[in-house]
Ligand binder design. Structure first.
Ligand code: NAG
Ligand code: NAG
Length: 245
């Protein structure tokens, strides 16, 4: 099996990066406090938090995102979405945040969270096969996951700039489960509505099997989105400014 992903988010240039004064600072290792603050950041990110280098996330616009899955598998898909709107991030509810200590060189961080929903919407191009059915199309895609439970494991690296320490997320692995996935692709098969409806119905009836096959590639794509957001935040503010001294 071969899989690859492409992802590209344009994040605004920050010229006023500073830990927001109306946001609480937590002590290292205080998980209850970290969860409260992280949930507040996610809720506020709907309107953007330029001080933290976070763009508006309701929706977050992703310039390119895709999956590229090849090989001898039941579901083989190449999907690319441009100017994809990802919504649902402000519903993030963290339940575990571990590993933010005063040591950031090769620190292992664990995050667990639930999102009410995550929706990817926008123009797509796709080519591949779903079980015995070929799939190709060029239109609008709507991939919606509801009841999303995820965990993220990260490995960090310490970056020193002008004598200050910054955290960089070096590796990130995401796993997720969903209560339900719904998929809709318009203009499949050059607009043949009968074939398109049939494939959309088939995908929604068999979403669990299809998602199982696509999950590793999807998890990589979603993980790349979060890595990019976190690195934008941590590369602009020295690490110790996030915490109470
Ligand atoms: C977040 O999840 C916890 C545990 O499931 C729950 O008690 C809490 O009400 C949730 N908060 C929000 C804002 O949904
Ligand atoms: C995408 O699909 C979901 C679930 O079917 C639906 O609730 C939502 O309105 C759709 N979004 C758009 C932009 O069409």
């Amino acid at each position: 099996m071969f899989r690859a992903l492409i992802i590209f988010i344009v994040l605004g240039v920050i010229n006023c990066a500073k830990y927001p004064s109306d946001l609480q600072k937590c002590k290292y290792g205080d998980m209850v406090c970290a969860i409260r603050v992280a949930n507040e950041i996610m809720a506020k990110s709907a309107y953007g938090l330029p001080e933290l280098g976070l763009p508006s996330t309701n929706p977050l616009v992703i310039n390119r995102i895709g999956l590229n899955q090849e090989g001898d598998r039941p579901v083989v898909l190449n999907i690319e979405m441009k100017d994809c709107k990802m919504s649902g991030l402000p519903t993030t509810n963290f339940t575990t945040i571990q590993g933010f200590s005063d040591n950031i060189d090769k620190a292992k961080i664990l995050l667990k969270y639930r999102q009410d929903y995550i929706q990817l919407f926008g123009p797509y191009k796709a080519k591949g096969k779903i079980l015995v059915l070929p799939m190709n199309g060029d239109g609008e895609a709507n991939i919606t996951f509801t009841g999303v439970d995820s965990s993220i494991k990260m490995l960090t690296k310490k970056i020193v700039k002008n004598g200050k320490n910054y955290m960089q997320i070096d590796k990130l692995r995401l796993n997720f489960d969903v209560k339900r996935a719904s998929l809709h692709f318009s203009n499949l098969f050059n607009g043949n509505a009968q074939l398109g409806d049939a494939l959309n119905n088939f995908m929604n009836e068999n979403w669990m099997d299809i998602l199982n096959d696509l999950k590793p590639a999807m998890a990589d794509s979603l993980g790349a989105v979060y890595k990019s957001l976190l690195n934008n935040m941590f590369s602009n503010i020295p690490y110790d400014e996030f915490f109470e001294k």
